[in-house]
Ligand binder design. Structure first.
Ligand code: MG
Ligand code: ZN
Length: 214
């Protein structure tokens, strides 16, 4: 019985996700769903990325509470809408449908959706995005792909952030990569640091190459 209810929720979500994707395509807005645990660096990565793109970007911020991240975006002049889920630990397609009503997407070529910091259920909800990105960070440890295969198996790219901290913690990079490749052979893996900016250009170049509307 419980399984049936979850299935119905996901079906309803997927129908709205299809509408969202049609809407993004009609406006030529390439949409990126960014998922990670809290503190891995979603907001920092979006800021570093947007500042290197030649085309206009917009952001949807998903948080359980507060507008801290969207204020940061607004400070840099990036059009942003904040979704407060009020306790919900993921974004869903109807939330995105509401948020885009408050965002002017004319001329925007990249829409970043910063999902709620959580490595479990965000992966189950199609938002209507074009690609999914997972961010892990060095201090979290090299075992994340093994513990959260659901999320790491569904993304087009994995970013390992905070590589500047590698000398200070026990992090086995080969083990981390092996864990990803075992569940998702085709995903790209980018190593970078939003602090030292190392590796960011490579990631941004790839993202641009993925955008059919750039
Ligand atoms: Mg954030
Ligand atoms: Zn959730």
């Amino acid at each position: 019985m419980k399984i049936e209810i979850v299935k119905n929720i996901l079906d309803a979500n997927d129908q709205v996700a299809v509408l969202n994707r049609e809407f993004f395509d009609s406006l030529k807005v390439f949409t990126i769903n960014i998922m990670s645990s809290p503190g891995a660096g979603k907001t920092s990565l979006i800021l570093e990325t947007v500042s290197r793109l030649e085309s206009p970007s917009a952001v949807i911020e998903g948080d359980v509470a507060s507008s801290i991240d969207s204020e940061k975006m607004a400070e840099f002049g990036i059009p942003v809408v904040q979704i407060n889920t009020g306790g919900n630990c993921h974004l869903d397609a109807p939330m995105i449908r509401e948020a885009i009503k408050k965002l002017s997407l004319n001329g925007v070529r990249y829409l970043f959706i910063e999902n709620v910091g959580n490595l479990i259920c965000p992966a189950s909800f199609d938002l209507g995005e074009h690609i999914r990105i997972a961010i892990a960070s060095v201090p979290e440890g090299d075992d994340k792909p093994y513990k959260y295969p659901g999320l790491f198996s569904k993304v087009e790219a994995v970013i390992l952030n905070k590589i500047d901290l590698m000398p200070y913690v026990n992090f086995d990079l080969e083990r981390f990569k092996k864990g990803i490749i075992a569940i998702n052979r085709n995903t790209k893996i980018f190593l970078l640091s939003c602090k030292t900016k190392e590796g960011i250009e490579v990631w941004v170049d790839w993202l641009k190459s993925e955008n059919p509307y750039r």
